[in-house]
Design a protein around this ligand. Sequence first.
Ligand code: C2O
Ligand code: CU
Length: 459
Amino acid sequence: MSGLRTPLTRRAFLAGSAAAGLALVPGCGAPAPAAAPALRLRPAAMTLDLAGTPARTWGYGTVPGPEIRLRAGEVLRVQVDNALPEDTTVHWHGLAPPNAMDGVPGVTQRPVRPGEEFLYEFPATVPGSFMYHSHVGMQLDRGLYGPLVVEPRDEPLAYDREYVLMLDDWADGLADHTSHRGGGRPPPPPVDPRDVVSFGGRTYPALLVNGRPPQDPAVLEGRPGDRLRLRVMNVAADTGFRFAVAGHRLTVTHTDGMPVEPVAVDTVRLGMGERCDVLVQLDRSGGAWQVAAQPEGRPGLGRAVLRYTGSPVSTAPPPDARPAELDGRLVGYDELLAVDPLPLPAGGPDRVFDLTLEGTEISGQSYPDADPLPVVEGQRVRLTMRNTGAKWHPMHLHGHHFQVLTASGRGPVKDTVAVPAHGGEVTIDFLATNPGRWLFHCHNHHHMEDGMVRLVEYR
Ligand code: C2O
Ligand code: CU
């Protein structure tokens, strides 16, 4: 190990983010203890440059939006100024805020109308790799998303540099949806017959990594001997990804921001809404290497490039070069061990919900015409999910972390879990410690819009 870890200081970050469009908002009211200065997010129409092709879309100034980074225990204060022609909200994916700050329109708050402002404010207690995104219709699919990193007070991992990589699918047919008011739902692209093994059923012409198409990749840098930390986040609406770095192994350290016993793999798989932190030891002498995000069950490749300092980017592999690591060792949830399992009371669950996932229905019901899942504060709650359909469903629970039940008894602690197609089963347990009405839904945004949602309701 050489050198320092991430050279970015907090002060440098704040200065940088102001330049990137996150402005400081003058303080209001009594100062909260350890409050981070309020940041401003301004969802608005914008043009995204896709390797020279301008795409009109919506975003928070850039796609992805500006990185929000704070330390565990600090107060997240973000003011949203809605410059869109329709309602919006911001959801803090993976965090467990008080219910009123969760950003679900019509459930936890009145949506933020065009021209209105809304202040989100709550303590970010748990460190990890999270995301923020709009929770209105398909706004996330247009680019209204960004990374949110909560650093621990004392970082237990040693690494030299870190990068956030947000994997996205991009439909250029959506380019004119700024003129499409109110609907929020793009016309469905043609169904790909290969979708029986995919997460979704659509074809996306472009796969973006940090908002960049394969022809114009983001470049990660490091020196021989460095250790990189990559926070990989799948923010796609409809695409599960396999992720790998050509010529390098990955050490998985966190899933959905929560630590697991480190495990060496060649590739990781991420359903929509899932995140994974990996360490990459730069044990080559140089060169430029493909960083690949391959859609599950579909053609195409999203990419970035890992460049050893001093090696020309021009030596990078062609955009469609597919690293062999994508076919290498992959671990399932069964093989992951939580470092900090949830303190689930012994003696089994107090409440069990057996759910069937079929098509885009949950046990034959489609939200909003769907029964809430009632829980009581303090209960240990179990959700079993059986997927009888032909598509994967990454199921996401708001406001809580859950434990995936595996044979080890120490399955990973997560907030999003992919339930495999054709009879796949997953069971999760969580502690009902955060009163309110919380969404539990498929993070395929098309499925969510089709009603693949239930409310977990404290009674
Ligand atoms: Cu990432 Cu209900 O959302
Ligand atoms: Cu789904």
